[in-house]
Design a protein around this ligand. Structure first.
Ligand code: FES
Length: 91
């Protein structure tokens, strides 16, 4: 739930991340310093934000345990619990 300044928090891989009204998961994580969102399937090369339009596989995350969604697409709702797709992806 957002406070009067429009800020709220959500959980990502067990860490609390601050978000602002209108943020996507990707924009909030990027502001928090995350640059690697997924890793390539075969060689596990780091993948960062690329299109920010839900057109590439670089930012898939799980939100509230549901099937994967693009972190750059949905605006954050009420404090979701999100996880990366490839376990603990280093920043
Ligand atoms: S950065 Fe391409 S879909 Fe999110």
């Amino acid at each position: 739930m957002a406070d009067s300044s429009g800020k709220f928090t959500f959980e990502f891989d067990g860490q609390i991340v601050e978000a602002r009204a209108g943020d996507t998961v990707a924009s909030a994580l990027y502001r928090a310093g995350r640059r690697i969102f997924t890793r390539s399937f075969k060689y596990h090369r780091p993948r960062g934000l690329l299109c920010l339009a839900g057109k590439c596989p670089n930012c898939l995350v799980n939100v509230d345990g549901a099937r994967p969604v693009w972190a750059s697409r949905p605006s954050l709702g009420a404090a979701p619990k999100t996880t990366s797709m490839s376990g603990n992806t280093p920043r």
